[in-house]
Structures are given as structure tokens and as C-alpha cells.
Design a protein around this ligand. Structure first.
Ligand SMILES: *Cc1c(COP(=O)(O)O)cnc(C)c1O
Length: 372
């Protein structure tokens, strides 16, 4: 059996090598590296896939930053999000002088607990920023109603959920990131659709907002050497776009491969006492950016897996409100008990498109063996 990897980017590349290599060569020959050539082609293709406007940018963190710059908020305005996320979600708010206000997450789905949001809304609240953690949507229909009721922006951190669909109560579906005013995505190599370096994208249905975002991400430019606002330099380059364009062709197949691996884990790991498998929301598909289990014996299990040659990762070992850099927000240990508990009990198992049945069987057997 081949060594099991947490994420197999090279193995996946080998299945598309010819196409990816020639697409990269095409970019070099064309010399259309920035805001031209494949960068434009890929934006169009992703836009058709998601059925919304897509603006490429340099990474997912920038996607969030540019999104919040485009809203024209004032320093001190409050944005509601969760402390159980990747740091970038909160970092950009702090950088822009906005105030992150945390709401705890659900213990089984790991996303913001929509029933606790309303009590966190104040007259300074301007936006809600749900994170679709590990590839499953937050409870967007409830959250959208709250944003409409209180006149707030809904910005989705969809960095882990490209390909995921939100299922409305009436049965209609929409892609993660296309339901709020703005959606943010990352093409970090290990994400659902990963580049061979950094990359990101911003989505919005609103044409005028799309123009503002496009301008901000390109130095606040209106026309060549005319600047209408202070912007940043955040662009998706054509080499990355060329790789992503090839991978997008196989994206649905790759999502199915992740889901099949998750189904295998589900079937073979359910019913073990003391181990919680990922809970599925009725209102979302799941694309399993991570397959994350929960157990009080987390550290022992991780050590045991390691000894048997199975990698695993802790996403995330510390809730943001307890991190040194975010002490200025004034939160304390105990403020978000579920997030704090998750930081001590979650463990993500190997999850990628190239896992073989043999590897899945071995991993599931070793996990079961640990609990015997
Ligand atoms: C990856 C990620 C980001 C940031 O994306 P980068 O491309 O690494 O900057 C933001 N939020 C979440 C939830 C992420 O997983």
C-alpha cells in the first residue's frame, strides 16, 4: 500500500499532467501573465460554473479583505463571525479597523450557531460573516433572514466550500458563496479547487459591487493610470488560472471522490462509542474539504494513528479569541465553550481525491482498533 497522505496534490496532478503542463506552457508563450489571457478565461469559466460574477484575486485572505473594503464600512463597525475558523477570517476585520464580534458554533456541524446570532446584534453591527467550515454551509437561510431584518451585509467565507450547495427550504439550491452579498474563496493548494501556489476569488451577483471589487483589487483603478479609490494589488495570475482552468473540468468528479471517501469513513466509523463522525445538515451538501471527527481521546488517537503511518491534522487547535494577537478584543476563556472544546477534541483524517479503498479500509480499521 502506498503511504497515506493527508492531501495528495502531486498524485492528483499526475492524473491531469499533460493538460496542466501544456496549459502552463501556453501562458509562458503568450506572456499574458496578469489580468489577461488565462486569468480572464478562468474567471469566465468559474463564473459560468457558479452563475455569478467572479473576480480573481491573490488569495482567500485578500478576497475577504477586498470584500470588506468594498462595503464602505467605518472603523469600529461590528462584524459577527465565529472564533472557530482559520485566522484569516478575523485577521482582515482587525486590519480594517472593524470589530469582530464572536458567536459560538454548533457542536456537531462546527459552523456558527444561527440561534445565537440575534442576541449579538447591536446598533454598530454592519455584517454577518459565516464560515462554511470543512466544506459544509452554515445555516444561511436563517442568517439571510436576520441580515434582511436588521439591514446587514451577508458576506460568506466560502474558502473551504467551493462546490458545496446550499439547499433552501423550498428545495432550490445555490452554490456556497453565491447567497450573500459577497462570497470569498481561496485556491490555496489543499483547498477543494487548489492552485500550485496562492490564489483567490470574490463572488457577487451585484454588478456595481463587482465593479467596485474589481477596482479595489487592482489599485483602485478606473481607467489606465486613473485611480478612483485607494486599492490594493491583489490579482490571480495566469499560471495559477491555467492550472485551475484544467482542474475545474474535473472538479465535479473530484468532489464525488471526496464524498465517496467520506461515505466510506461514515459507514465504517459510525457507532463507535466516544467518536463523533461529521454531522450532515439538511440544508447543505458537504464537499469534505476536511473529514473531521470529534473525540475526547483526540491526542491519544492522533498519536496512535501516527504510529501506524496514518497522518491526521488538528483544524484548529486554538480558538481565535484565546490567541495572543486577539486578546485586545477582550474575550476570555469560557466565553465560547463549544469552540474551546472543539479545539481540544477535533481531528481531521486523510481526505483527498486519490485515496484508495485499501487506504480507507486501513485507516478505518486502525481507528476502530484504537477504540477496542
Ligand atoms: C484558507 C482559508 C482562508 C484564507 O485563504 P488563503 O488563500 O490561505 O489566504 C480564509 N478563511 C478560511 C476559512 C480558510 O480556510
Amino acid at each position: 500500500m502506498q503511504t497515506i497522505q493527508m492531501s495528495d496534490i502531486y498524485g492528483q496532478y499526475l492524473t491531469m499532467k499533460k493538460e496542466i503542463d501544456s496549459a502552463m506552457q501556453e501562458v509562458i508563450k503568450s506572456t499574458l501573465f496578469i489580468k489577461s489571457g488565462k486569468a480572464i478565461d478562468f474567471e469566465k469559466k468559474l463564473s459560468a460554473y457558479l452563475n455569478t460574477n467572479v473576480i480573481g484575486c491573490a488569495n482567500g485572505t485578500d478576497a475577504l479583505q477586498v470584500a470588506f473594503m468594498a462595503l464602505g464600512l467605518q472603523p469600529g463597525d461590528e462584524v459577527i463571525t465565529t472564533p472557530f475558523t482559520f485566522v484569516a477570517t478575523v485577521e482582515v476585520l482587525a486590519l480594517l479597523g472593524l470589530k469582530p464580534v464572536f458567536v459560538d458554533v454548533c457542536p456537531n456541524k462546527f459552523n456558527i450557531d444561527s440561534s445565537k446570532i440575534e442576541e449579538a446584534i447591536t446598533n454598530k453591527t454592519k455584517a454577518i460573516l459565516p464560515v462554511h467550515l470543512f466544506g459544509q454551509c452554515a445555516d444561511l437561510e436563517t442568517i439571510k433572514k436576520l441580515t434582511e431584518k436588521h439591514g446587514l451585509f451577508l458576506i460568506e467565507d466560502a474558502c473551504q466550500a467551493l462546490g458545496t450547495e446550499f439547499i433552501f427550504k423550498d428545495g432550490t439550491k445555490k452554490h456556497a458563496g453565491t447567497i450573500g452579498h459577497i462570497g470569498c474563496n481561496s485556491f490555496f493548494p489543499s483547498k477543494n479547487l487548489g492552485a500550485f501556489g496562492d490564489g483567490g476569488a470574490i463572488y457577487t451577483e451585484d454588478e456595481s459591487l463587482a465593479n467596485v471589487i474589481r477596482s479595489i483589487a487592482n489599485h483602485g483603478m478606473k481607467a489606465k493610470y486613473q485611480y478612483e479609490r485607494v486599492g490594493v494589488n491583489s490579482r490571480l495570475d495566469s499560471i495559477q488560472a491555467a492550472i485551475l482552468e484544467v482542474k475545474l473540468k474535473y472538479f465535479d468528479k473530484h468532489i464525488l471522490a471526496r464524498q465517496a471517501a467520506a461515505t466510506y469513513y461514515d459507514e465504517h466509523l459510525s457507532g463507535i462509542e466516544g467518536l463523533q463522525i461529521p454531522a450532515k445538515a439538511s440544508y447543505s451538501t458537504h464537499t469534505f474539504h476536511q473529514y473531521t471527527i470529534r473525540t475526547v481521546k483526540r491526542n491519544e488517537l492522533q498519536k496512535y494513528l501516527g504510529e501506524k503511518g496514518i497522518p491526521s491534522m488538528i483544524y484548529y487547535p486554538g480558538a481565535i479569541h484565546l490567541q495572543e494577537a486577539y486578546q485586545f478584543l477582550g474575550y476570555q476563556k469560557g466565553d465560547f465553550p463549544i469552540s474551546e472544546n472543539l479545539a481540544e477534541t477535533v481531528l481531521s483524517l486523510p481526505m483527498h481525491t486519490e485515496l484508495t479503498e485499501e487506504q480507507l479500509e486501513y485507516t478505518a480499521d486502525i481507528v476502530r482498533e484504537f477504540y477496542l
